[in-house]
Design a protein around this ligand. Structure first.
Ligand code: FES
Ligand SMILES: [Fe+2]
Length: 370
């Protein structure tokens, strides 16, 4: 590896509302977007609304037990159907404006005087469906008419990082339970959060607890760019907890070789997966503005750990501190993106060079002709 510096994106990429609008259109409304933990919608009628690009998307469980996703827009005169972030309806969604009523599968089932309007087709005027696929126990949605392959967009990120898709299967992420969820409202552009997650040059400076547990992180090399490499726990470390004390024991289906190791995967454009022997930490980003990103972070444990009420607080505390340390760093950079000092951008040191590939990927998405 050479010792050369390479340039970052220019500051305007992190502040310009026109660039953000293009990212919404070209990236978030075209790629697979991890929207909702499937278990959060346990029974028919449970719903959640999420912001995906410029759209509000309604995800709901129907009477057959399946999840569906729709644009959260009434087909009559466009009122937003659900304004709450989460909730439950009995049998249908009723628009609060003129009471058009949609079944849980999106079909228009009732409206005042509907029988006297035979040209209103109940399927054609149903809620606009969005593609949905479940993986790792999450509902991933895609707003494109013709979605890109899930394999190319999502699964390949895991293969590139871990060497194979089988490597993630042992964690059985779809069967884990949410032991804790923390939502962070970060005053920073989503790309600062991704770039930060991709490098560990900052680990020695801002993550004292993490580098105690994973000593190799103090050298500044992100585990993310050696295919298949997991960062080893330090010799004295018993578990992935805030003080290195005992965790919950390895997940039952996990291979021996993955014990005492940490793996991190970035699934562009908005998911981070952190794998440790006894739990999984999964971040979903919701970019809301050029300078604001909501991050929903789930700590996922074996079902019995959650069901028996074991105390997960020391386990959660480690990555919660890492999150706070990281997001504070991102918020520290955000205002500077508009400074004259950053008009031409900054630089990437050798251990950050892989972030340059992310920048090239982003520019390619924004500039592609279609
Ligand atoms: S806008 Fe929804 S019923 Fe009229
Ligand atoms: Fe960090």
């Amino acid at each position: 590896m050479t010792g050369s510096l390479i340039s970052t994106l220019e500051g305007r990429y992190y502040t310009d509302t026109a660039i953000f609008a293009r990212e919404q259109e070209r990236i978030f409304e075209r790629m697979w977007f991890c929207a909702v933990r499937s278990d959060d919608l346990a029974k028919p009628g449970d719903f959640r609304t999420v912001q995906v690009g410029r759209e509000s998307v309604l995800v709901a469980r129907d009477r057959t037990g399946a999840l569906n996703a729709f644009l959260n827009v009434c087909r009559h005169r466009g009122a937003r159907i659900c304004v709450d972030e989460a909730g439950s309806v009995k049998r249908a969604f009723q628009c609060p404006y003129h009471a058009w009523t949609y079944a849980l599968d999106g079909k228009l089932v009732a409206a005042p005087n509907l029988t006297s309007m035979p040209d209103v087709d109940r399927v054609e005027y149903g809620l606009t469906k969005v593609h949905l696929r479940e993986w790792l126990g999450y509902a991933w949605v895609n707003l494109a008419d013709d979605p890109p392959s899930f394999e190319d967009d999502v699964l390949s990120a895991v293969t590139e990082r871990l060497g194979s898709l089988d490597a993630i299967d042992g964690y059985e992420i779809d069967r884990l339970s949410v032991g804790r969820r923390i939502v962070y409202d970060v005053k920073a552009n989503w790309k600062l959060i991704i770039e930060n997650f991709m490098e560990c040059y900052h680990c020695a400076t801002i993550h004292p607890e993490l580098t105690e547990v994973l000593p190799e992180f103090a050298d500044g090399y992100a585990a993310q760019y050696y295919v298949g490499h997991g960062a080893e726990f330090g010799d004295e470390i018993k578990g992935f907890t805030v003080d290195g004390g005992e965790g919950f024991g390895k997940l039952s289906s996990l291979e021996e070789e993955r014990d005492r190791k940490y793996y991190a995967i970035t699934v562009k454009p908005q998911v981070f997966i952190n794998l440790v022997p006894d739990h999984v930490i999964l971040h979903r980003m919701y970019p809301l503005a050029a300078d604001r990103t909501v991050v929903e972070c789930d700590w996922l444990y074996a079902r019995d750990v959650v069901d028996t009420g074991r105390d997960v607080s020391r386990s959660v505390e480690l990555f919660h501190r890492v999150n706070e340390q990281d997001f504070e760093a991102c918020e520290r950079c955000q205002p500077a993106m508009a400074s004259r000092a950053y008009a031409q951008g900054g630089v990437l040191v050798p251990s950050e060079h892989h972030i340059g590939e992310f920048h090239a990927w982003l520019v390619g998405k924004l500039e592609s002709a279609d």
